[in-house]
Design a protein around this ligand. Structure first.
Ligand code: FMN
Length: 196
């Protein structure tokens, strides 16, 4: 097994040690090398500076409250609680990379079958890019956290971003403050079927 695959963990506590820009560039380069449907490379990676980070965190806070007051994602109160915890992790993370999907249609807009297939393929491509970045971070000794809780603050984050497309995820990066144990995985035989 490739060692970064075995060693990668979701890291939720980081030290204050800054991450050199050159290492962030190496992580982003790993994302750029990911495969993508039709070689569309349907991603943009937005690396946040201090001002942008402060604004994003404030927008996420507003968006989570909006989701509680006027839910867009159904019965979301418990997830908003979890998302508030993720927000505190983001606050303490030295580097935040937004993963943006410029061709993305608004979440609430219906899609026909062809549109769904295109979006599903683009999301697989973006997932490959995020995983490449997480693995490269591990190989450099960095920790990372793949964050999807931003969806529970989607409206405020989209308004803050102010550009067409959809925010799909955030990748937090930093030096791990402690070793995280591996999280359990389903048994091999529960997820693998060999078809004759
Ligand atoms: C699409 C996606 C979204 C995720 N969103 C969050 C999140 O918002 N907050 C969080 O703490 N972890 C998040 N995670 C991390 C998962 O909880 C984690 O990958 C899983 O529990 C397995 O643990 P491991 O990554 O250490 O192997 C996310 C992971 C993925 C792939």
């Amino acid at each position: 097994m490739i060692s970064a695959i075995e060693e990668r963990r979701s890291v939720r506590q980081y030290t204050d040690r800054p991450v050199p820009r050159e290492l962030v560039q190496q992580v982003l380069q790993a994302g750029i090398l990911a495969p993508s449907a039709g070689n569309r490379q349907p991603w943009k990676f937005l690396v946040l500076g201090e001002k942008a980070k402060t604004e994003l965190l404030a927008a996420m806070q507003r968006g989570l409250q909006q989701e509680l007051d006027d839910p867009m994602l159904g019965d979301s109160a418990q997830t908003v609680q979890n998302a508030r915890h993720t927000l505190s992790i983001m606050q303490a993370a030295p580097v935040l990379v937004l993963i943006h999907y410029p061709a993305g249609r608004p979440l609430t807009e219906p899609l026909d079958a062809a549109g769904r297939v295109r979006e599903i393929c683009d999301m697989q491509s973006i997932g490959a890019a995020i995983e490449n970045m997480a693995l490269q971070a591990t190989a450099l000794g960095l920790g990372s956290l793949w964050i999807g809780h931003t969806f529970w603050a989607h409206r405020a984050l989209q308004a803050w971003l102010g550009r067409p497309g959809e925010l799909c995820a955030v990748l937090a990066l930093g030096w791990p403050a402690k070793n995280s144990p591996p999280r359990p995985r389903k048994d091999f035989d529960d997820v693998v079927e060999w078809l004759d």
